[in-house]
Design a binder for this molecule. Structure first.
Ligand code: PLP
Length: 368
């Protein structure tokens, strides 16, 4: 079996697993004042410092969450509580739907910036949306379906020039550990990096507008409540540090694999979305016009390849991808496959993907 769905969730890395197991042996609530509690707190604060140093921020800016979704919701709710929020047409629902929800709740506007046919934020359109009403912007660092890297630096420059009081949040759930990220607030998810599911971080400076999403003990800067997941935080810190330390070698390897899959798709009259743009090294998003989406996915599964369509799938029903639709690829919006690779991917896996694609794509075209 070949696992090529790292962008959905990664297996644990050995480093993260060992860090998690060791930390898990400690008992004690990190908010307790006894010896056990202080030991747990010390592990947690070490993890916070590691994450801060890797992300080049202050430890006080690191807020532990239950994952990328909660980190996104915290940032987006905070922005929408202050005024107009801008997001993009290709955001994950954790940003897109949260922006709708909180803009409605606070009676503010939610503006959505379109993307080009390459899946990159349309900077001219973005410029036109900026005005004094804008409290903040949430634009992802790289897209989870296409892997296309977004021009966060240019977005920051435009904000600085045209709406200097607005803040910038980026959902870096897929991009963390692959590219440097420069925004005031950043969402990170542990399980995309090889740490356990249910771990995450929002990096946010002290003056970033945040509102609590739930009532409780206010453990994290009074905006995030709940007993802290110490072992999860320790594992996340270990996975992140390990990824960044080994990033160049891994990225070079995965980019080669990614491009082999892209070439294979081209040979089968398919295409790679955003091929002319900077893309994350581990995501190969390929479209096969005319292929039946269910047949593509089921065929790959039967060929022992675990990948995804990249588009939303709820209760087994595939919906066309809002990302491809936003790119003007509505006709092909269901006929895509996302292969996402990681630390345990081997050449044999790519051989298996190539050989399966030939059979499955022709079968899926015959179905239509
Ligand atoms: N944002 C993006 C871009 C994602 O790809 C995902 C998960 O796939 C999330 C947010 C949600 O992260 P989590 O699963 O940690 O809640």
């Amino acid at each position: 079996m070949t696992y090529a769905d790292f962008a959905a969730t990664s297996p644990l890395t050995e480093v993260a697993k060992q860090a998690w197991l060791t930390a898990q042996d400690h008992i004690g609530n990190a908010s307790a004042t006894h010896t056990y509690g202080r030991a747990a707190r010390s592990l947690l604060e070490d993890a916070r410092e590691t994450i801060a140093s890797v992300m080049k921020v202050e430890p006080a800016e690191v807020i532990f969450t239950s994952g990328g979704t909660e980190a996104d919701n915290l940032a987006v709710a905070g922005i929408a509580s202050r005024g107009t929020i801008i997001t993009s047409a290709i955001e994950h629902p954790a940003v897109r739907d949260a922006a709708e929800l909180h803009a409605h709740r606070y009676g503010h506007q939610h503006r959505v910036v379109p993307v080009t046919s390459d899946g990159v934020i349309d900077l001219d359109a973005f410029r036109d949306l900026l005005d004094a009403q804008v409290a903040g912007v949430s634009i992802m660092a790289a897209n989870n379906e296409t892997g296309v890297i977004q021009p966060v630096d240019q977005i920051a420059d435009l904000i600085q020039a045209q709406a200097p009081r607005a803040v910038l949040h980026t959902d870096a759930v897929q991009a963390t550990g692959w590219i440097d990220i420069d925004a005031e607030a950043v969402s990170i998810s542990g399980h995309k990096l090889g740490a356990p599911v249910g771990t995450g971080v929002l990096i946010a400076p002290r003056d970033f507008p945040l509102v609590a999403l739930e009532a409780g003990g206010g453990q994290e800067r009074k905006v995030r409540s709940g007993t802290l997941n110490v072992a999860g935080a320790v594992a996340l810190a270990a996975a992140l540090a390990d990824r960044v330390a080994n990033r160049e070698a891994l990225a070079t390897q995965l980019r080669e694999y990614r491009d082999r899959i892209g070439q294979c798709a081209a040979n089968l009259d398919g295409y790679v979305t955003g091929i002319n743009k900077d893309r994350l090294p581990h995501i190969a998003h390929v479209v096969f016009p005319g292929a039946d989406p269910e047949a593509l996915l089921l065929g790959m599964d039967m060929a022992q390849i675990a990948c995804s369509t990249g588009s939303a799938c709820s209760a087994g029903v595939h919906r066309p991808s809002h990302v491809l639709e936003a790119m003007g690829l509505a006709d092909d919006a269901s006929s895509a496959l996302r292969f996402s690779l990681g630390f345990s991917t081997t050449t044999n896996d790519i051989d298996a993907i190539e050989s399966a694609l030939g059979r499955v794509v022709s079968m899926a075209r015959g179905v239509r």
